[in-house]
Design a protein around this ligand. Structure first.
Ligand SMILES: NC(=O)c1ccc[n+]([C@@H]2O[C@H](COP(=O)([O-])OP(=O)(O)OC[C@H]3O[C@@H](n4cnc5c(N)ncnc54)[C@H](OP(=O)(O)O)[C@@H]3O)[C@@H](O)[C@H]2O)c1
Length: 314
C-alpha cells in the first residue's frame, strides 16, 4: 500500500528522510484495519524524522498520528492515536512511534481507539482533531481548568496546537490573547476573536491560563503575563526545551507550571461533538492530495503555517 514513511533519520535535514512509496500493511492481532480517508500532519512528524522519539531500529516507520476513515463494518470513524505501551516510560505510545502511523492507505488500531465521526464533520476536519486539537482541549479544559478562568494567553499562535487553543478559548467564552511573530498570522488570530500581539509584548491584563507549546523563546514572557494562581500549561518546546525560570515569580505569584500530553478518548469524543454543534471549526491551513505528502511536509517544515495541514486520501 502507499504510505509516507521515515526511511532514515536526519536530525538537521528531516525532510531528506521522508519517503512516499509502497510498504506492506501490518497490524498486531486483534487490531481493526481502517481505510484512511483523510489524515493530518503534526510537528511530531518532523520530530520523528529528526530521530526524536523514533530510534533507527524501528525504520521504516509510517508517519502520522491523525486520521479519519472507514472501519470494516462501514462505520465512519476518527482514530484516537494513543495506544497502551508497557515498554514506553509514559505507559503509552502514539501511532507512528512504535506502531505504523496514519499516512497510508490503511492503518490499524485497537477497537477502543475508534471514535464515531459525527455526520456533520467532514473526514478532513475530523482528521485535524486527534492530536493538536485534542492536546489544546486537554490543556485548556483539564490541565488549565479553564472553567475557573476569564483570560488565556496562547504563545506562537500560528501552530496547530496554538490555533486550536485560540479557537477553543474563544468558543468557550474566554478573553484570549495570542502572540505570533508574523503580522499576517496576527491578523488571522484577530479574525478568530482573540487579541493578537507581538511576542514579548505587555498585555493589558495578566492571564489565568497560558498555553505554551513554543518553549525557551517564549517561556519568560509566559511567566511575566501570569496572574496570581495562574496555570502555565506546557505541551511542547518547538523553540528549545531549556527555559530559564525565575523561581521568585513561581512562589510569589503562586503559579502552577503543568505538563500536558495529548488527552483522553472521551475528550476527543467531546471535541467532535463541539465541532458537530457548529460552536467551533478546525482551522485548516491547507489540504494536499495524499500523493503530495512531500509538499505538505515542506510546508509544515517552513513554519509558514496557520492551522493544520491535512491530506485527502480519496
Ligand atoms: N505533549 C503533547 O501531547 C503534544 C501534542 C501536540 C504537539 N506537541 C508539541 O507542541 C509543539 C507545537 O506543535 P504543533 O504541531 O502545533 O507545531 P507547529 O504547527 O509547527 O507550530 C509551532 C509554532 O511555534 C511557533 N514558533 C516556532 N519557532 C518559534 C520561535 N523561535 N519563537 C517563537 N515562536 C516559535 C510558531 O508560531 P508563530 O509562527 O505564530 O510565531 C509556530 O507556528 C511541538 O513542539 C509539538 O511537538 C505536544
Amino acid at each position: 500500500m502507499r504510505a509516507a514513511y521515515a526511511s532514515s533519520l536526519q536530525p538537521d535535514a528531516p525532510l531528506s528522510g521522508l519517503t512516499v512509496g509502497d510498504l506492506p500493511f501490518s497490524a498486531p492481532e486483534g487490531w481493526v484495519p481502517v481505510q484512511v480517508r483523510a489524515s493530518s500532519l503534526n510537528h511530531h512528524d518532523i520530530w520523528s524524522l529528526r530521530g526524536v522519539g523514533l530510534p533507527a531500529d524501528r525504520l521504516p516507520m509510517i508517519l502520522g498520528c491523525d486520521a479519519a476513515g472507514v472501519d470494516p463494518d462501514g462505520n465512519e470513524v476518527v482514530l484516537y492515536p494513543v495506544v497502551e505501551d508497557k515498554a514506553d516510560p509514559r505507559g503509552y505510545s502514539l501511532l507512528s512511534e512504535r506502531h505504523p502511523g496514519t499516512l497510508a492507505e490503511q492503518v490499524a488500531v485497537p477497537r477502543e481507539n475508534l471514535i464515531p465521526k459525527p455526520a456533520g464533520v467532514s473526514f478532513v476536519e475530523a482528521a485535524c482533531l486527534p492530536t493538536a486539537w485534542l492536546t489544546a482541549y486537554h490543556m485548556l479544559v483539564s490541565r488549565g481548568r479553564i472553567a475557573d478562568a476569564s483570560t488565556v494567553l496562547v504563545q506562537g499562535a500560528g501552530g496547530g496546537v496554538a490555533t486550536a487553543a485560540v479557537a477553543l478559548g474563544v468558543a468557550l467564552g474566554k478573553r484570549v490573547y495570542a502572540t505570533s511573530r508574523e503580522p499576517g498570522k496576527r491578523e488571522k488570530i484577530a479574525a478568530l476573536g482573540a487579541t493578537a500581539v507581538e511576542p514579548g509584548a505587555r498585555l493589558p491584563e495578566r492571564v489565568d491560563v497560558v498555553i505554551e507549546s513554543v518553549g525557551a523563546a517564549t517561556f519568560d514572557h509566559s511567566m511575566k503575563c501570569a496572574a496570581p494562581g495562574a496555570r502555565i500549561v506546557v505541551c511542547g518546546a518547538t523553540a528549545g526545551h531549556k527555559a530559564e525560570v525565575d523561581l521568585r515569580r513561581v512562589f510569589a505569584m503562586q503559579l502552577e507550571i503543568l505538563g500536558s500530553s495529548m488527552g483522553t478518548a472521551a475528550e476527543l469524543a467531546e471535541l467532535l461533538d463541539l465541532c458537530a454543534s457548529g460552536k467551533v471549526k478546525p482551522i485548516i491551513d491547507s489540504t494536499f492530495a495524499f500523493g503530495e505528502a512531500d509538499q505538505a511536509f515542506a510546508r509544515l517544515a517552513s513554519g509558514d503555517v496557520f492551522g493544520k495541514i491535512a491530506l485527502d486520501h480519496t
